[in-house]
Write a protein that binds this ligand. Structure first.
Ligand SMILES: [Fe+2]
Length: 176
């Protein structure tokens, strides 16, 4: 038995449509405004970790924001699943906006020629098109990724690019 307060808030289809119409009118013309935005409350405990993402050595949890915004905005969690071997490789993304927030652990990135240590609590805004490489991360790494859709299906597009510079070796995971 769940206490009512622990259940996600939902609206009926009718209420949802009214909210959506009001939202469209209220936010008319702003980026991301439009009739597809609907109310959505995802409970953290119900998040499901899957392989539905760019990397097979990470796991992804999709709270449904992409669906609730008609593929305009993709907000999801990414966590480490296997020790870093070759990392993401050098790449860039064609998007309107791209940022991450480190929920736990740490990750080491190359942002073009700059080695960057991103630890718990850090935010990073990545100008779309910046050449980068996530080459190292801790076992407990988990970050929130926020991306404005670059494709109609709302997924994050990726383009491999030539190595920008040498990349340091990843750290070995130990059980201690
Ligand atoms: Fe990336």
């Amino acid at each position: 038995m769940h206490h009512p307060d622990t259940l996600p808030t939902t609206f009926t289809n009718e209420e949802s449509e009214a909210l959506s119409a009001r939202s469209t009118e209220y936010s008319l013309g702003l980026n991301g405004s439009g009739p597809v935005n609907r109310f959505h409350h995802a409970k953290g405990r119900n998040l499901v970790w899957t392989q539905a993402g760019l990397r097979d050595f990470f796991r992804y949890a999709d709270p449904g924001i992409r669906d609730a915004t008609g593929n305009r905005l993709d907000i999801h969690l990414v966590r480490a699943n296997e020790a870093p071997e070759h990392g993401t490789g050098w790449h860039r993304h064609k998007l309107g906006f791209h940022a991450i927030y480190m929920v736990s652990g740490w990750a080491r990135f190359m942002y073009e020629g700059k080695q960057t240590f991103v630890e718990t609590g850090d935010f990073v805004n990545m100008p779309p098109g910046i050449t980068h490489y996530l080459f190292d991360y801790s076992k407990d790494m988990c970050f929130l990724e926020i991306a404005m859709a670059g494709t109609v299906d709302g997924m994050i597009p990726e383009e491999d690019v030539e190595p920008y510079c040498e990349t340091p070796a990843p750290t070995l995971w130990t059980d201690s």
